[in-house]
Design a protein around this ligand. Structure first.
Ligand code: AMP
Ligand code: MG
Length: 476
């Protein structure tokens, strides 16, 4: 399809106007294309060649609106670091409309009613990070928003230093957040909770549409989806960094990529967000925080769903999380049968990885080649006894498996390439000097994390010590 042939629909505007604010994007000065994502153009049926046109840049810049597009920002509240903020909303995100199940949104396209003191802009640095990471997460099989294109510009944006403004065109099956419900609960617009729940059911849970118990079943789905999303994050070693309730998706996809990080060496207590001094959003705390966020959602929904029933549903969170996590970790270990001692074996391993400072991703990739020959694995640590002892247990456990193509399966489960912060930083620095090639190379790497990429072999190694455990600021 040509750009002109796409028709966007904006059903959110059919809700009461308290849900949104109609606002036009403020285009960036002298925009240029940094990257476009052919996988995402395919998702919305857009011809890949269209991305080469000036018209496409104008579209991503919010300068040219597609047929049917009626831009708007969404209103929501949220608990930020545990404190309730009565109104947040899309301060720098502008929705263009929906096509083929994807809701297109410009991030960084200028101020909205919800910008508060912000400028409505996003800088190149954080936009590159969001653009690449959403694609990386998708390729790892993790539910996430996607990114269609990224443009840069000459426009100066004030952060800790002067930076350049950029826009990511991102897309999601839904942009409704836990905080969207919180807004209507706390402003006591309880009839709007039903309106929103009806909208969410049509958009994200259409199979529940005619069910008598639809609202309760919707809450159940969110509990399950969130528990499974947490299991995915924990299994790949992803630390989101800002799990405020406004950054929690009702459709259980990863949203709002900020100061996130992948683990370097395994560290349960790792905190990627520089401003998170207490570690509320540390790696290990993600599942309990998700549970807490779900309890805030339950409170917001209490005028329309029995609290007692939601509390019961929430009780299943731990079990849902553990089941999914163990399933994902068994696959990472190449175990297909379920055995009593598997959780113990896994805990033992995580203890060794943590105490011996072993790179999480590099370890599982090396383990995917394991055939009894231990040298490549032992090369990942200084003190070898703890890992040797674990490998003795692992060898015993493998005897209970029959799977002949274990290595092959593990190589398709354990990525060789993940986008660690230092790798992204290299691409950002090059892009800021005008060289966009690494951003585009990393997109290919991110989208094919299980393949070999000989030119980028060094990115598959343990993170160099001076690059380990970088902390990022929220400023973006
Ligand atoms: P975040 O933690 O990035 O998801 O953002 C939290 C809230 O701040 C959201 O309501 C954002 O829309 C808003 N926000 C963040 N940065 C800006 C900005 N530069 N201009 C306006 N609003 C912003
Ligand atoms: Mg946010």
């Amino acid at each position: 399809m040509k750009l002109q042939e796409i028709n966007l629909n904006t059903s959110y505007l059919e809700l009461d106007s308290v849900f949104y604010d109609r606002v036009n994007p403020t285009p960036l000065h002298k925009p240029y294309l940094i990257s476009h994502n052919p996988e995402a153009t395919k998702l919305i049926g857009l011809d890949a060649q269209e991305a080469q046109t000036q018209e496409f840049i104008d579209f991503v810049n919010g300068k040219e609106l597609l047929e049917g597009s009626q831009p708007f920002s969404m209103c929501y509240a949220g608990h930020q670091f545990g404190h309730f903020v009565p109104r947040l909303g899309d301060g720098r995100a502008i929705n263009l409309g929906e096509t083929q199940g994807w809701n297109l949104q410009l991030k960084g396209a200028g101020p909205t009613l919800y910008s508060r003191q912000g400028d409505g802009r996003a800088v190149t640095r954080s936009s590159i990070r969001e653009y690449l990471m959403s694609e990386a997460m998708h390729a790892l099989g993790i539910p996430t928003t996607r990114a269609l294109a990224l443009i840069g510009s000459d426009e100066r944006v004030a952060r800790e230093r002067w930076e350049k403004g950029a826009i990511v065109l991102r897309m999601s099956p839904s942009w409704v957040r836990f905080g969207t419900f919180e807004y209507f609960y706390h402003t006591k617009k309880h009839d709007k909770l039903e309106t929103l729940a009806d909208y969410v059911i049509v958009q994200s849970f259409p199979h529940l549409k005619d069910k008598e118990d639809a609202y309760f079943l919707m809450y159940n789905e969110v509990v399950k989806g969130t528990a499974e999303l947490m299991a995915h994050w924990q299994s790949v070693g992803f630390n989101h960094g800002v799990m405020n309730t406004d950054n929690m998706s009702i459709a259980s996809v990863t949203i709002d990529y900020g100061p996130y990080a992948f683990l370097d060496a395994y560290d349960f207590n790792y905190i990627c967000n520089h401003t998170d001094q207490d570690g509320r959003y540390s790696f290990g705390n993600q599942p309990p925080v998700a549970y807490w966020n779900l309890s805030m959602l339950a409170r917001s929904l209490s005028p329309i769903i029995s609290m007692e029933r939601m509390e019961k549903a929430l009780e299943s969170f731990g079990e849902l999380f553990s089941q999914k996590y163990l399933e994902l970790m068994r696959a990472k270990l190449g175990l297909h049968k379920q055995q009593q001692g598997d959780l113990g074996l896994l805990k033992h391993l995580l203890g060794v990885l943590g105490s011996q400072n072993i790179d999480y991703t590099a370890f599982f990739r090396a383990l995917s080649h394991y055939d009894g020959h231990r040298v490549p694995l032992l090369a990942l640590c200084v003190l070898q006894t703890p890992l040797n002892e674990w490998l003795d247990d692992y060898d015993k456990r493998l005897k209970l498996e029959e799977s002949e193509n274990r290595n092959e399966k593990m190589l398709r489960t354990n990525p060789k390439y993940i986008l660690k912060n230092y790798i992204l930083q290299e691409a950002i620095e090059k892009a800021e000097e005008g060289d966009l090639s690494l951003v585009n190379d990393l997109l290919k790497l991110a989208q094919n994390p299980y393949e070999e990429h000989s030119a980028f072999e060094r990115y598959a190694k343990s993170t160099p010590p001076h690059h380990q455990n970088l902390k990022l600021s929220c400023s973006s």
